[in-house]
Design a protein around this ligand. Structure first.
Ligand code: HEM
Length: 306
């Protein structure tokens, strides 16, 4: 299997042009193998959520929590679905012509690329100033959670830490998407210089042939990696035991019981008035009927001070 595709310059020297499209099939294949392996493993895997009796006790002790807990603000959900729509458009416009379905894809492709770029910029600003920025990253502090999760997978009852707002797997996935997504956006924006757009005069001579080759290869590699990553993401979103998360990306909330079953309330403290709550504040007027937990606490504070 080839990894790179080479052309020849007018002086008959080899120049890098693209990644080899064999990699597209390799990424599709890796995605499908992962699905089959994971689905088979899940038949054998121990269930990882908290036992019913333990959750009952926690629920009784936290009766002040509202029935619905905000998990994704309206702004976060809009970002997610705008990014998903642009990502699918980019994948289809990029790879359908490569597998033989020809159409004028380039304009659709860069236009969807600009939507993705804008939604990522919005997400970075939103996550930095309105959400709990560090809740999505992984680091050495997650080793105890990793150990506890592996033991639970093996069927042991482990008291160790449960996930905070985002489970470890989700945070590792986010990291992979950040690397592939930022690479494809940075190279794609450069590549727009080579094609006809209404924004500037096309200039294929801005970079040397070799540098263009490297840019196209990086863009192709990140794009091909996104095929496997998107397959895995959609697979998890449609698995029945993950519907509660998928539903929260549509409606914005999870139930109090789901919150206690799957999360560590110490690590994702929904009663704390920190920056992660700021985005939820904007949802208070949401017609979904979700009450912000601070509303409950405010009422109790008022009652106490009365
Ligand atoms: C999911 C994300 C993306 C995927 C899978 C993807 C994939 C691809 C692929 C496979 C190509 C053909 C490359 C080649 O011929 O070597 C391409 C070309 C291109 N892409 Fe993307 N891309 C993505 C995101 C973007 C973004 C974000 C932009 C711009 C902001 C962009 C702009 C372009 C441009 C301008 C071309 C060059 C078209 C040409 O030279 O004819 N792409 N893309």
């Amino acid at each position: 299997m080839d990894v790179l595709t080479w052309g020849r310059s007018p002086w008959d020297q080899p120049i890098l042009t693209h990644v080899s499209w064999d990699l597209l099939w390799a990424s599709l294949f890796a995605g499908v193998v992962f699905l089959v392996a994971h689905a088979s493993y899940m038949v054998l895997s121990a269930h990882r959520k908290r036992h019913a009796a333990e959750t009952d006790a926690m629920e009784a002790a936290r009766a002040h929590l509202p029935e619905r807990i905000v998990r994704h603000s309206m702004a976060a959900r809009l970002f997610h679905w705008a990014m998903a729509a642009s990502m699918f458009t980019l994948l289809l416009t990029a790879f359908l012509p490569i597998v033989g379905i020809q159409f004028a894809w380039v304009t659709w492709h860069w236009a969807a690329g600009l939507v993705l770029t804008a939604s990522i910029l919005f997400h970075i600003i939103h996550a930095t100033f309105w959400l709990d920025f560090w809740s999505i990253w992984v680091g050495p502090r997650d080793i105890p959670e990793l150990k506890a999760e592996v033991l639970r997978e093996l069927g042991h009852d482990v008291p160790g830490p449960r996930p905070g707002k985002y489970p470890l797997g989700n945070r590792l996935y986010h990291l992979a998407i950040v690397v592939a997504g930022l690479s494809v956006v940075a190279t794609g924006l450069f590549m727009m210089v080579r094609v006809r757009t209404p924004f500037f005069t096309r200039n294929p001579y801005l970079l040397s042939d070799g540098t263009w080759g490297v840019t196209y290869v990086l863009h192709g590699m990140a794009g091909v990696a996104l095929v496997g990553l998107v397959i895995a993401h959609v697979y998890f979103a449609v698995r029945p035991e993950k519907w509660w998360i998928t539903k929260s990306m549509i409606l914005g909330w999870i139930t109090r019981r789901q919150y206690l079953e799957h999360h560590d309330p110490e690590r994702w403290d929904v009663t704390r008035s920190d920056r992660s709550d700021r985005s939820d504040r904007s949802d208070r007027s949401d017609r979904s009927g979700v009450r912000d937990v601070r509303d409950v606490r405010d009422v109790r504070t008022v009652q106490l001070s009365d």
